[in-house]
Design a protein around this ligand. Structure first.
Ligand SMILES: Nc1ncnc2c1ncn2[C@@H]1O[C@H](COP(=O)(O)OP(=O)(O)O)[C@@H](O)[C@H]1O
Ligand SMILES: [Mg+2]
Length: 332
C-alpha cells in the first residue's frame, strides 16, 4: 500500500491569488526516494509543509498509511515524519546532543535510551562523538546539516521530508552528503521526499522525480524516463544537459536495466563485467571497447542482467545511434 497519497491537494494562501499548489495527486510507496524538482516558487516547499501539516490544504486530501492526515493529531503525525531544511533549524543555544534529542525528549524516552540513540545517530551521519558537546556555530555548514539529518531521524520516523537540505553547501560537501544520504538510506529505508532545484542532485538521488511547475506536477517518473522521455518542453529544458555523455555519467547501469528485469542465463566469461552501480558513460566505453553489443551485469558474483547497446540506443536515440557503426549490433 502507498505510504503517502495526495488526492487533488490544493493550497491557496489568499482567495484571489493563484494556488501555490494546484490540485496535485500522486502516490508514494514505502521506501521510495522521491525528489521534487522545479523552479523557485513552483510550490515544492508548500507541498512538503502540507504533508506534515505546517500548512493545511485548502482542498483535497492527504492520506498517510491510508489514513486522512487531518484525522491524526499533529503531534502523532510529526513523530512519524522527520523534517530537515536548508537552514537546519538547529537551536543555536542547544548543544549538538540536545538538538538531536529534541523529539525523543518530547516523546518521553528514558535518558539511557536517548544517550544510546545520540551515539548511534552520530555514527550514522558520520560525526565524531566528541561533537556532542559543541554548539551549532562551532560546526561547518556540512556538519550542521549532518546534525539536522540526525535530528530528523532521531525518533526513527517512517517518512523524511527534506527541503533543499544541501542547498547552501559547496559542491564538494554537497556531493559527499548526497553519497552519504544514499548510504544511510540503504540502511534505514525511509520514505524520503527531498526538494531540490538542482537537476544533478535530483538525478543522483531519486528513485522517482516529481517535476513541478506553477503548483502542478508536470511529470512524475524515474530519472531515466524523465531524461529520455520528457513529457513536455518544460521538462526537457529543465533537464537538458547539453552534453549527452555527461547525462550518461549521471545514470547507473541498474537504472537502465530496470527493477524487474529477470537474471539472464548463460556465461560470458571473457567479457568485462559491469556492476549495477557503474555509470552508463563507463558502460558505453566498456561496450565499445569490447566490441560487443551487450555486456553482463554482475552483482555479488551473480549475473543480474545484460546491458545492451540497444538499451542505450533506446534511451538516447540520436546520439548512441550514431555510435552504432563502431560495433556489431545484433538486434539485442
Ligand atoms: N506563507 C505564505 N504566504 C503566502 N504565500 C506563500 C507562502 N508560502 C509560499 N507562498 C507562495 O506560494 C508559492 C509557492 O511557494 P513555495 O512553496 O515556497 O515554492 P518553492 O518551494 O517551490 O520555491 C509562491 O508563489 C510563494 O510566494
Ligand atoms: Mg522552497
Amino acid at each position: 500500500m502507498s505510504i503517502i497519497v495526495a488526492e487533488g491537494v490544493t493550497k491557496r494562501f489568499s482567495s484571489d491569488s493563484r494556488p501555490a499548489v494546484d490540485a496535485v495527486s500522486f502516490a508514494v510507496d514505502p521506501g521510495e526516494f522521491i525528489v521534487l524538482l522545479g523552479p523557485s516558487g513552483c510550490g515544492k516547499t508548500t507541498l512538503l509543509k502540507m504533508i506534515n501539516r505546517i500548512y493545511e490544504p485548502t482542498s483535497g486530501q492527504l492520506l498517510i498509511d491510508g489514513v486522512d492526515s487531518r484525522s491524526l493529531p499533529v503531534t502523532h503525525l510529526r513523530r512519524r515524519i522527520g523534517y530537515a531544511i536548508q537552514q537546519t533549524g538547529l537551536f543555536p543555544h542547544f548543544r549538538v546532543e540536545q538538538n538531536i534529542a529534541v523529539v525523543p525528549r518530547l516523546l518521553g524516552w528514558e535518558r539511557p535510551r536517548i544517550e544510546a540513540r545520540i551515539t548511534e545517530l552520530l555514527d550514522l551521519v558520520g560525526l565524531p562523538h566528541d561533537f556532542r558537546r559543541r554548539y551549532p556555530r562551532q560546526l561547518s555548514g556540512g556538519q550542521q546539516q549532518r546534525v539536522g539529518l540526525a535530528r530528523a531521524l532521531a525518533a526513527d520516523p517512517a517518512i523524511m521530508l527534506m527541503d533543499e537540505p544541501f542547498g547552501a553547501l559547496d559542491a564538494i560537501t554537497r556531493a559527499r552528503l548526497q553519497d552519504e544520504l544514499l548510504h544511510i538510506q540503504r540502511k534505514v529505508h525511509k520514505t524520503i521526499l527531498f526538494v531540490t532545484h538542482d537537476i544533478e542532485e535530483a538525478l543522483r538521488l531519486a528513485d522517482r522525480m516529481m517535476v513541478m511547475n506553477h503548483g502542478q506536477i508536470v511529470q512524475f517518473d524515474t530519472p531515466l524516463t524523465i531524461l529520455t522521455r520528457p513529457c513536455t518542453r518544460f521538462v526537457e529544458q529543465l533537464t537538458s544537459a547539453n552534453d549527452v555523455l555527461r547525462r550518461l555519467s549521471l545514470l547507473t547501469v541498474a537504472s537502465a536495466l530496470g527493477r524487474e528485469r529477470p537474471p539472464a542465463a548463460g556465461g560470458s566469461a571473457d567479457l568485462p563485467p559491469l556492476h549495477p552501480q557503474d555509470d552508463l558513460r563507463f558502460a558505453l566505453t566498456q561496450l565499445l571497447g569490447a566490441g560487443e553489443s551487450s555486456l553482463p551485469v554482475i552483482d555479488d558474483g551473480r549475473e543480474v542482467g545484460r546491458l545492451t547497446l540497444a538499451d542505450l540506443r533506446a534511451m538516447l536515440p540520436s546520439t548512441v545511434a550514431g555510435l552504432e557503426g563502431h560495433v556489431p549490433v545484433s538486434g539485442a
